[in-house]
Design a protein around this ligand. Structure first.
Ligand code: TEU
Length: 578
């Protein structure tokens, strides 16, 4: 229907500025570097650019530890550089969305500096301060107010000797959690959001926004989490993934910041642990909360006891999960669609084949994802078929989550270094943070200086320049997928029906809008596979148009590639019939 919001047919491109493009030779990406690469984004056809944080930050967690919400970190440039980038993005008809990180600030943010200065400081209650567990000495093992673990290893509480109390940090000790129970905190965040919207930005990606409401005991204390066997700490997630006031906070934020603004805005809430039922409430437009959410069900399917204990993906698990999210948000709310971001390993290495069939598997994975109902997010380099880093040594890593995990696992004798390094190679966030590979030159055209993290040696063959004029490249396949979304309404708005849910090799589904129907097939294996859709479907689709495939220009496409023709390794096809 033509009253669908603009973002239902939009594609968002995520830039992790530190690794995108460096303009001043300091080895770190920056705003002017992004501005110099807008041709690449415009040619790809993306509608929105989401910038990971560029605010002043000690960079303890790649900028997700913010010390000033109203400026740009000098490493990335100045507010003038930002305004120039925003203007250039708008001039090309694209929108720019900022990363909103307000579950926590940096410990160097003035708010926290004041809050920690004394127990009766007016900002004391802007963060979560608690005394040691009753009858225990501050600093004694186990004296932390709850048994929660930090996402970056160690306990989630840090003792501050100056006042003898602990402060909560779900992430690093340099990322103290803001206390959203305090209306002064909420008002300050709302004012800051309005400041950026008044500057002209087009919306926000909201970092772990479901964590801002914590479940409290009646006496105001925070509850312990269950300690799973083998775990060093309690799982606090059960007490902050979906706290009691989260809908109240998001609806208040919508009223105070977003309502009344032109409908050009886009809001996406990053919500680790969110369920389909909860997402229906968060994204129901009549509730005034967020437009869509990043959910984490699919990116948890290959986790063992922890993310570091990676297991092979079972395709039927992926189909069950995506099928549930497609069905759950079919009549209300909206899905985001992603494989990659700055926290996930790269999909072609994770669930494709980053060796012999890199191009074929990358384009199959892209086709299957982008033909679902929802707004697709393309992470920098995903459109090039960039792969994991394949680091061999711990000193090659930069990410606090990986470095701390390595130290903690060895310190507690949880695994041998060989096993830990294997886990990092598979799942480290640094896999997504090696510099974008622009060309085959030294440092892949990312910087003229020494890069802050190693450039993948395969940039000599995997790079944008080599793909720009190759119609069979991953880059052009992403461009065609985005073009199809912009030209065929059934892609954005058609309903979804899963086929062959029990087939472990081929992903098959249909989309239908009015008289138009699409059939999507993806071979998730490196072997030829029969199309598992049965006689009725192959007959019904016998003369359908093959609108998109990844079999390459030289292979015989067209009628000879009818639905009944077996799928080659990692082959994807999109058929249309009206
Ligand atoms: O990520 C939240 C989050 O849950 C991720 O940390 C993810 O669970 C984990 O990295 C995978 O094991 C957001 C940001 O995207 C991430 O970069 C930040 O580190 C984190 O919040 C804290 O701001």
């Amino acid at each position: 229907p033509d009253d669908a919001p603009w973002w239902t047919s939009a594609v968002v491109y995520q830039v992790y500025p530190r690794s995108f493009a460096d303009s001043d030779g300091d080895g770190i990406g920056d705003l002017r570097g992004i501005a110099s690469r807008l041709d690449h984004l415009e040619a790809l056809g993306v509608d929105v650019v989401w910038l990971s944080p560029v605010y002043p930050s000690p960079q303890d967690d790649g900028g997700y530890d913010i010390s000033n919400y109203h400026d740009i970190d000098p490493t990335f440039g100045t507010l003038e550089d930002f305004d120039a980038l925003l203007e250039a993005v708008h001039a090309r008809g694209m929108k720019l969305v900022m990363d909103l990180v307000v579950n926590h600030t940096s410990d160097e943010h003035p708010w926290f500096v004041e809050s920690r200065s004394s127990r009766d400081n007016p900002k004391r209650d802007w963060y979560w301060w608690r005394p040691a567990r009753s009858h225990m000495e501050p600093g004694a093992p186990g004296a932390e107010p709850t048994n929660w673990g930090s996402a970056f290893s160690g306990p989630a509480w840090e003792l501050d000797p100056a006042t003898g109390e602990y402060y909560l940090h779900i992430f690093s000790r340099k990322q103290p959690d803001l206390n959203w129970e305090n209306p002064e905190v909420r008002a300050a965040v709302h004012a800051m959001m309005r400041w950026w919207l008044d500057r002209g930005v087009d919306g926000f990606r909201m970092d772990v926004i479901n964590f801002i409401s914590k479940e409290l005991n009646p006496d105001g204390s925070l509850p312990d989490g269950v300690v799973r066997d083998g775990a060093l700490y309690g799982d606090g997630g059960l007490h902050y993934f979906y706290g009691p006031r989260i809908h109240e906070y998001l609806q208040e934020m919508h009223r105070e910041v977003l309502a009344g603004r032109p409908d050009r805005l886009l809001t996406v809430g990053e919500m680790p642990g969110v369920t389909v039922e909860q997402a229906r409430l968060f994204t129901d437009p009549t509730r005034g909360e967020v437009d869509m959410v990043f959910q984490f069900e699919h990116v948890g399917l290959d986790h063992g006891a922890t993310k570091w204990d990676a297991q092979p993906l079972r395709l039927t698990d992926l189909k069950a999960s995506f099928g549930r999210w497609q069905a759950g948000l079919a009549d209300v709310g909206w899905n985001s669609l992603y494989w990659d971001n700055h926290d996930q390993p790269r999909i072609v290495s994770r669930w494709g084949d980053d060796g012999e069939h890199r191009v074929r598997s990358a384009t199959m994975l892209a086709t299957v994802l982008h033909l679902h109902r929802g707004t697709p997010y393309v992470y920098q380099g995903e459109e090039l078929g960039m792969t994991n880093a394949h680091f061999e040594r711990i000193d090659q890593y930069r990410d606090i989550e990986s470095v701390n995990h390595h130290a903690e696992a060895l310190a507690h004798g949880l695994a041998t270094e060989e096993v830990v390094l294997a886990g990092l190679r598979t799942m480290s966030r640094d896999n997504a943070r090696t510099p974008v590979q622009w060309d085959a030159s030294r440092h892949a055209g990312f910087t003229t200086g020494e890069p802050w993290i190693e450039v993948n040696p395969n940039h000599v063959t995997v790079n944008a320049a080599a793909q720009r004029d190759d119609p069979r490249s991953v880059l052009h396949h992403y461009r065609r997928l985005i073009e199809l979304r912009h030209t065929e309404p059934a892609v954005a708005l058609g309903d979804f029906a899963m086929l062959a849910p029990h087939d472990e090799a081929v992903y098959a589904f249909t989309r239908r809008l009015g008289g138009t129907e699409l059939l999507v097939l993806g071979n998730f294996t490196g072997a030829e596979q029969a199309v598992p859709v049965g006689e009725a479907v192959t007959t019904a689709w016998a003369d359908a148009e093959l609108v998109l495939h990844n079999a390459g220009a030289d292979d015989d496409a067209g009628p000879a590639r009818g639905v009944a023709v077996p799928l080659g390794p990692w082959e994807a096809r999109v058929y249309r019939r009206r």
